[in-house]
Design a protein around this ligand. Sequence first.
Ligand code: GLU
Length: 489
Amino acid sequence: MNENIRTRFAPSPTGYMHIGNLHTALFEWLFARHEGGKFILRIEDTDVERHTPEAVQVIYDGLRWLGLDWDEGPDVGGPHGPYVQSERVEIYQGYLQQLVAEGKAYECYCTPEELTARREAMRARGEAPRYDNRCRTLTEAERAAAQAAGQQACVRLRMPEGGATVVRDLIQGEVSFENALVGDPVIGKTSGFPTYHMAVVVDDYLMQISHVIRAAEHLANTQVHMQIQAALDFPTPTYAHLPLILGEDRTKLSKRHGAVSVVEYQEKGFLPEALFNFLALLGWSPGGSEEVLSREEIIERFTLEACSASPAVFDLAKAEWLNSEYMKQMPGEEMATRLLPLLQEHGLMEAEPSPERLAWLAQVADLMKERAPLLTTYAEWARYFFTDDYEYDEKARDKWLTKPETPGVLRQLAERLETLAGWDAESVEGAVRGLAEEVGVGAGKVIHPCRAAVTGTTVGPSLFHLLELLPQETVVMRLRRAAEAFGEQ
Ligand code: GLU
């Protein structure tokens, strides 16, 4: 246990959680759990126009779904609250005033129009546009005049004029940023709110965050953060910037690459434990070739040193493969629990199934789990277990159902099965094979048409075991129904 290790997840409540955000949260959480430290949730809403309780709920839901629990946060409290930035504005204002009083920051009266015009001029001269630090050198009289005229001021940090800020990052290594290249950054807005830079530095300090682990996009911001820390005499936390996550075309993961919001992964039918495993391997290597690792193993092996600095490619096919591996390993009862809401949503299972029905569902789940990559595919592929209303797919039609001899075979089989005394896989198999022998054909000539008729498809689990799980009269009805449908062709 090392309670001094403290990491935080600091999302903005935008009403939507990007899979990349969940990846960041996972790594922050893994590091804290590996070290026996604390994981803190902080809501960064100073840049959001208006945050709604629903938007914060989206964050809670995403984290909970993946099983990431937090030790301190808006809902659970903790010794360093409040954990919502909009409730901490006075704290930031105190530090802003301190910096201005010490001459480490200053008020800037430039209007947005002036700033734009000057940036344009810089661009025209071929310079990289940045703030030209004009208000840094205003005289007292000029300041007084601006104030008297009621001009609104933001607060800017006085950056060092030369030298470089060196970030010693646990993942990205040593990265140096020249100070002269950035204009003095805004740390307090005209509205009195802090900017992201200011709020993040103050909070990371007051919340005693030991390790700032976050997305690579923030690496460049660290220069400003370290300068604010220096101005406030705050120690610098340890930084670890996670690798960028790219789509398969090696551009930054975005909507163009398909699902990017966490909810979409839930809806697609990913198991949270599989996505946990998949996201953990995105930019972290457990050192070894195994890829299916339990949550406990991942926590135990996780280190920031084993994270890669180079971008990680989001491979959806691998995510699906991992998901299918988790489904295969899952006991039928557990699978049934996961599938139930989905099946209910599609009207395939009743709202309150009896224990017998649940036991039956567990058997269906067990029989089918070798096959589907996702819960949704699973529910789709297993449809014929739950309803007589399914389609005959093209292959089932072309290969078997439309064959002239099929309706006859189906009718004969229906007759045999109708009078079968015991309804179990063994007896059904006996009846099927018996018929094949009697008619003088290979067993496949009965098995395949039967599967096509009863399930609408040519692929699936062991036919006799699946028939066993359907009611006898249903099977008989389906055989006759297909015989009739294809009989007159
Ligand atoms: N609110 C920032 C974000 O959502 C957090 C950045 C940080 O971790 O410092 O990207």
